[in-house]
Design a binder for this molecule. Structure first.
Ligand code: DON
Length: 319
């Protein structure tokens, strides 16, 4: 079995190349015109729609890239995966999952309706309500949650100058009515312990992390590697916790588009309204794409298409 696996692995690595990635970007570029850059956060609406980048990091540390792979952008909801991983290091499994669910929501990512009906327990940690609960938990157990996140991200991406984009964070805080309403509703149900404004600030800072595809691919390789960083020396989370995160990415990482994404790509993935998507091939590689124009569910239109093509070329899908 090991020999078969090794030979499959070699085939994948052999078929990966910067040219292949460039070809994929050339093929999906026309789709940009069909999407729309997010405009509900003013600081995001000014990003030019024609950026397009991709990076792949295999578990031996090799990196492939094309297009605007080194251009930084707002990772937005992709950060929700990292906050969950941080929470897993500070809380028992049962403590997390009694406060947030594990199922797809079938609602837009910032919806309030279901939260009222389900008594303040968010469906999963990747909708805004769920991520806010996770940030509330981090506020309780970390002395400096913003600083801690920066340390983790910088170390995983092997890039010490990764920063928050303060302008994006401020812009979101100034337009935070809906997220604040979500947090207050959860407080009313007893599922939110800390000061709402303080937790919102932490959440918006996490969303404002500014990273490139290259940095994202490196940073998320631990999810392809049973929770260990690229050096293999540092266990960020356990294999069991890694399985849990990848399963949640599969079912809820692409919001309302998760079903279609499973059908087209078949890999655990997480998107952000900045137009980035991170996808995981367990045991093999992490992939990051970026194209700011989004589809109706808030996922990068050309990004999804690029992942679909790459997964097909490499013959990789969990299904
Ligand atoms: O709170 C928000 O609405 C944004 N900071 C994040 C939303 C997001 O990225 C959803 N992703 N598709």
């Amino acid at each position: 079995i090991l020999r078969i696996h090794l030979s499959l692995w070699k085939t994948v690595v052999a078929s990966l190349s910067n040219q292949l990635l460039q070809q994929i970007l050339d093929d999906v570029r026309p789709l940009i015109a069909q999407g729309r850059v997010a405009d509900y956060i003013p600081a995001l609406s000014t990003v030019a729609p024609d950026y397009l980048g991709i990076a792949v990091c295999t578990l031996d540390g090799q990196l492939w890239q094309a297009g605007d792979a080194d251009e930084r952008f707002s990772i937005q909801s992709i950060s929700k995966v990292l906050s969950l991983a941080l929470a897993q290091t500070r809380y028992q499994e049962s403590e997390i999952w009694q406060r947030v669910g594990k199922d797809p929501s079938g609602q837009p990512f910032n919806s309030l309706v279901q939260l009222e009906l389900e008594k303040g327990k968010p469906r999963n940690p990747f909708i805004n309500a769920g991520a806010l609960v996770i940030c509330d938990m981090l506020e309780t157990r970390l002395t400096a949650p913003r600083q801690r996140m920066l340390e983790v991200v910088r170390s995983l991406a092997q890039q010490p100058d990764i920063q928050y984009d303060r302008q994006v964070a401020r812009s979101e805080f100034e337009h935070s009515a809906r997220n604040a309403a979500i947090a207050w509703l959860m407080k009313a149900f007893g599922n939110f312990d800390n000061d709402v404004a303080t937790v919102l600030q932490t959440y918006f800072h996490y969303c404002s992390l500014s990273m490139s595809c290259t940095e994202l691919a490196r940073c998320f390789a631990f999810l392809a590697n049973q929770g260990r960083d690229l050096s293999g020396e540092l266990a960020i989370i356990t294999p069991r916790q890694t399985k849990h995160i990848n399963a949640l990415m599969m079912t809820s990482g692409m919001y309302d588009g998760a079903g279609e994404f499973a059908w087209r790509v078949g890999l655990p993935a997480k998107s952000g309204v900045g137009g980035g998507i991170v996808a995981i091939v367990p045991g093999e590689m992490s992939i990051a794409v970026w194209s700011p124009a989004l589809d109706a569910s808030g996922n990068s239109l050309a990004g999804v298409a690029a992942l679909e093509m790459l997964a097909e070329k490499l013959n990789r899908s969990l299904f």
